[in-house]
Design a protein around this ligand. Structure first.
Ligand code: ZN
Ligand code: FE
Length: 257
């Protein structure tokens, strides 16, 4: 199986997984670029996965389904273009011979889901939409900090070698914040210079991995003393427990330039 991040809009990726004949696409916010790429590669679109209702993740679904007859799996509790197979945490299904498990990961949106495959050519894979980014996490448009922290904590317990397929190339800007709040983290500094090199060559910084994110992502590290100290220094009223630290970091990131 081949995994390919197809750039869309200014900083989205439409992830494509394919076996050389049939393809699965995740969060196609637009149809034309994907349809053209699939045609160039000689691929037939078989399945579309949708993580949440935002237009930059769903805008191409109707046109693609019309053109290809692809099956669509999407969140049970969000308004996305029907018809679709509505799925939620605990459900599983098969596509391209791969078993996908659905996880509920509310926070960015109220009904956000993620798709985990334990075995794609022997290694796990996660399509997590706008919940977890490399060195960052999604904004809390519809959920509470407690919901998002719970979602991220469950994602962080997936196997370390899980390939992490996020839907935006936000890594460099996330890394600037991460370095500001976790300045003594050597793994983080090393990864930041690696990613700067990738972006200079216009290469994606993704997929990341769950194991790497546990080391470098401040939003998976709110239980660490270094992050608690940074949160306290920024906002003395911040509570020192993991939820208090997470809440402070998420609010700080929103205004960090
Ligand atoms: Zn979104
Ligand atoms: Fe998005």
């Amino acid at each position: 199986m081949t995994l390919h991040p197809l750039p869309a809009f200014s900083d989205n990726y439409i992830w494509v997984l394919h076996d050389g004949h049939r393809a699965l696409a995740v969060d196609p916010g637009e149809a034309d670029g994907l349809a053209q790429w699939l045609q160039q590669q000689g691929l037939q679109l078989d399945t579309i996965l949708i993580t949440h209702h935002h237009g930059d993740h769903t805008g191409g679904v109707a046109q693609l389904r019309e053109a290809t007859g692809a099956r669509v799996f999407g969140p049970a509790r969000e308004s996305v273009p029907a018809p679709l197979h509505r799925v939620e945490g605990g459900n599983s299904f098969e596509a391209l011979g791969v078993r996908f498990e659905v996880m509920d990961v509310p926070g960015h949106t109220a009904g956000h889901i993620a798709f985990f495959a334990a075995d794609v050519d022997g290694a796990p894979l996660l399509f997590c939409g706008d919940t977890l980014f490399s060195a960052g996490c999604g904004r809390l448009f519809e959920g509470t900090p407690a919901q998002m922290l719970d979602s991220l904590t469950r994602l962080a317990t997936l196997p370390a070698h899980t390939r992490l397929c996020c839907t935006h190339e936000y890594t460099l800007s996330n890394l600037r914040f991460a370095l500001a709040v976790d300045p003594d983290n050597a793994a983080l500094a090393a990864h930041a210079s690696h990613c700067r090199g990738l972006r200079e060559r216009n290469l994606p910084t993704l997929p990341s991995s769950i194991g790497l994110e546990r080391q470098i992502n401040p939003f998976l590290r709110s239980h660490e003393p270094a992050l608690a100290a940074a949160a306290q220094a920024h906002d003395p009223a911040s509570s020192p427990d993991a939820l208090g630290v997470f809440t402070t970091l998420r609010a700080w990131k929103n205004v960090f330039a």
